[in-house]
Design a protein around this ligand. Structure first.
Ligand SMILES: [Cu+2]
Length: 114
């Protein structure tokens, strides 16, 4: 089985050659690679009225309308707020449009609000 030792390095060398050749031949590769690497986070949008603000915990309670992207009806619930400044910009009774994400550990976090 000594022949195998010669074949393997040859295959590796030729496949490496193929990879670098296709890299040069297709300049658009860089573009498609960056598309693949882009991390897409699902952002949801809603509208709601602020019922309570917990500045310390950086949370707000909203009475929000239906959120289609999550199949949610209207409800009252707490959201975490990503940025402390966002919490400071609102007060109880305000009606806000907000964008939020679902974190990996299942929390709903507002990333934008106005
Ligand atoms: Cu809800």
């Amino acid at each position: 089985m000594k022949i195998k030792n010669y074949i393997t390095p040859l295959l590796v060398a030729s496949s490496l050659g193929l990879i670098s050749m296709s890299g040069y031949a297709a300049p658009m590769n860089a573009e498609s690679k960056s598309t693949i690497n882009t991390v897409s986070v699902n952002q949801h949008k809603g509208k709601g009225k602020i019922l309570a603000i917990d500045k310390k915990a950086q949370k707000i309670k909203l009475a929000h309308g239906p959120i289609k992207s999550l199949n949610w009806g209207a409800m009252k619930m707490f959201f975490a707020v990503e940025n402390k400044d966002l919490v400071d910009e609102v007060k109880v009774g305000d009606t806000v449009n907000f964008s939020f994400i679902k974190s990996n550990d299942g929390r709903f976090i507002i990333v934008d609000m106005n």
